[in-house]
Design a protein around this ligand. Structure first.
Ligand SMILES: Cc1cc2nc3c(=O)[nH]c(=O)nc-3n(C[C@H](O)[C@H](O)[C@H](O)COP(=O)(O)O)c2cc1C
Length: 204
């Protein structure tokens, strides 16, 4: 994977940002972020997501009180320019509503990155308190909150497991080299000789 690729660059550039300055996010940028969420795939195209965009500082501060990072309150939620509360409707026609909503959220974080806006996925929150605070219908499930804003400093890059430790080609217990690599290795003049030998001795 030597050549640069715009999508992969954005995916790799996205970080969980935990320090925002207090600058608001322009409406146009927020609309693009939401548009990226709207175009996510979903089971049976049910589009079960519902997004609540919170920008009022007072509400953001109150939401921050109900979100946690490890044992601490999520300060970045209070500092964010906007927080999108991602809800999903279990009755919208997709059994995969939590996944659908999570994919929409991922699209949004990547769109934000492409616009130079930081984001942080918030998975630890007090659902009932948020439902009451934001008047969210009881039947909806809050899947996540995403804080958006302009980053102070630069978040460090948490490491990722190497591909070789997470990929299994064809079956779980097989080696982790795809056929295509094996094939590539056997091209060139020596492989022609090898093929000839295999044909002579009737081996594949
Ligand atoms: C489902 C989910 C829940 C998360 N919950 C929180 C959270 O509550 N607070 C937080 O600060 N980060 C949260 N994160 C961010 C992760 O800690 C972060 O993605 C991970 O450490 C990798 O760092 P990176 O996003 O910068 O690559 C969450 C991420 C996911 C996908």
């Amino acid at each position: 994977m030597k050549e640069s690729n715009i999508i992969l660059d954005i995916i790799k550039r996205r970080r969980s940002v935990r320090h925002f300055n207090s600058t608001s996010i322009p409406l146009e940028a927020m609309e693009q972020i939401l548009e990226a969420g709207r175009w996510a795939p979903s089971g049976a195209n049910a589009q079960p997501w519902r997004f609540i965009v919170v920008t009022r500082k007072k509400t953001l501060a109150a939401i921050a009180e109900s979100c946690f990072y490890k044992i601490f309150k999520s300060r970045n939620v209070g500092e964010a320019g906007s927080v999108v509360v991602i809800c999903a409707d279990p009755d919208a026609g997709s059994q995969t509503y939590p996944l659908d909503a999570a994919i929409a959220g991922t699209n949004m974080t990547l769109m934000a990155t492409s616009l130079g806006i930081g984001s942080c996925w918030i998975g630890a929150f007090e659902e009932q308190i948020l439902k009451n605070m934001l008047h969210i219908p009881e039947k909806l499930k809050i899947i996540a909150l995403i804080a958006f804003g302009y980053e102070i400093g630069k978040a460090s890059i948490p490491p990722r497991l190497p591909l070789s430790s997470i990929i299994h080609y064809e079956t779980y217990d097989a080696g982790n080299e795809p056929d295509i690599i094996t094939k590539k290795k056997s091209s060139g003049p020596f492989s022609v000789f090898g093929k000839l030998l295999r044909v002579l001795f009737n081996k594949r």
